[in-house]
Write a protein that binds this ligand. Structure first.
Ligand code: ZN
Length: 374
């Protein structure tokens, strides 16, 4: 193919450059079969099309990625020739329906399972998914199935310890429900179905063991619970979560995502709960959390009590979209988590008897910002 195309020898440099740029594109067009066959699918879904299997909604996201809704947290699935990668396994009692939905998309084996945190609505299906895969794979596994059978399950070490030990609202997990591959570094890279997948550790965000999962080829990120389009982020202080860590994780997501044009399209983001999003949605969410955090920080700096901060309703204009007065994560709980974090981070007051240093009180710098964010 390329032998029949000749670069113009006497053309301008610009023309030759143009040919050099076009050539790879021509080569791509000439190989529709190699690039068109993305995966073996028993059904075919177009973007925007939705399939409902046993009450589980299956949405094609982009590239090789699907989002499964209705079985607890959103479940992300990558499908290709090598098999299936699953991010999060849904809530207790939902596995059968979720696996049935995956089986409608492909008959390829489940090869990799990633947990974005230790929350039951994200990991309760772990053991059922490993069973459906034919067993566990990874360190310490006796593999009668052979080195290429079964599923490798991955989480951060912190999330693993949380699953192992249980906690408030989280039963202890055992055996095949526990990940066998854990890591504590900022990042772990895996490769599946022709694309790199970056697992990005977000310490002390929604919990102390959160992962973002970036499918680099499909250009999709599974964000877990640092990003929810239906609620304020659950800052799980019992699992060492923090608002500053959530904002840092959202900034990482914003660095990773690239919009197509006018802040729309481009990289798709699958939240822990809610709808498929893009970079503009992340920016809005990050800005909202930053504004609420700053207001509460300023109030703490002025010595307001928790009751006063709750009564002041610093998140009022966002409560219609994200707030709740009942359920597992209310606006009051969200406010209190931020209040306690800002109180803990407040600079120590000057010691008694020490000369007051007017220029270094906590109010400095924060007071003018408050006016700016209103
Ligand atoms: Zn969740």
């Amino acid at each position: 193919m390329s032998a029949t195309l000749r670069l113009p020898r006497r053309g301008s440099f610009g023309l030759r450059l143009l040919f050099l740029i076009i050539l790879p594109g021509v080569a791509l067009l000439s190989m529709p079969v190699a690039f068109g066959q993305q995966h073996v699918s028993t059904i075919s879904l177009e973007p925007g099309e939705t399939l409902v299997v046993d009450g589980i909604e299956v949405l094609p996201v982009q590239g090789k990625i699907y989002m499964l809704v209705g079985g607890g947290a959103n479940v992300t699935v990558q499908i290709g020739e090598e098999g299936v990668v699953v991010v999060d396994t849904g809530a207790a009692g939902q596995s059968k329906r979720i696996i049935t939905a995956i089986r409608r998309l492909t008959n390829k084996p489940i090869r990799t399972i990633v947990n974005t945190s230790a929350d039951p609505d994200h990991v309760a299906g772990n053991a059922a998914f490993v069973e459906a895969a034919g067993g566990p794979r990874g360190p310490g596994t006796a593999t009668p199935l052979g080195p290429n059978a079964g599923a490798e399950m991955i989480s951060t070490e912190e999330a693993y310890n949380r699953m192992l030990n249980g906690g408030p609202g989280r039963p202890e997990m055992l055996g095949d429900a526990l990940p066998r591959s854990t890591f504590f570094t900022p990042r772990k890279d895996i490769y599946s179905n022709g694309e790199g997948i970056a697992l990005l550790f977000q310490p002390r965000a929604h919990t102390d063991g959160d992962l973002l999962v970036h499918f680099r080829g499909s250009d999709v990120v599974a964000a877990g619970d640092v990003f929810n389009t239906t609620s304020y982020p659950a800052i799980d202080t019992a699992q060492r979560g923090s608002i500053n860590g959530v904002i840092a994780a959202l900034n990482t997501l914003i660095e990773v995502t690239i919009p197509e044009r006018n802040q729309m399209g481009g990289t798709r983001v699958i939240p822990g709960h809610g709808r498929i999003s893009n970079e503009a949605d992340l920016v809005d969410y990050r800005d909202m959390l930053t504004i609420i955090r700053d207001r509460i920080r300023d109030a703490v700096g002025k010595g307001m009590t928790l009751e006063q901060v709750k009564a002041a309703r610093f998140s009022l204009e966002y409560d219609g979209l994200y707030g709740a007065t009942t359920g597992p994560w209310t606006t009051d709980m969200f406010t209190e988590a931020i209040f306690r974090e800002m109180t803990a981070l407040r600079p120590a007051p000057p010691q008694r008897g020490a000369t007051p240093q007017r220029g270094t009180t906590p109010q400095r710098g924060t007071t003018p910002q408050r006016g700016a964010t209103r």
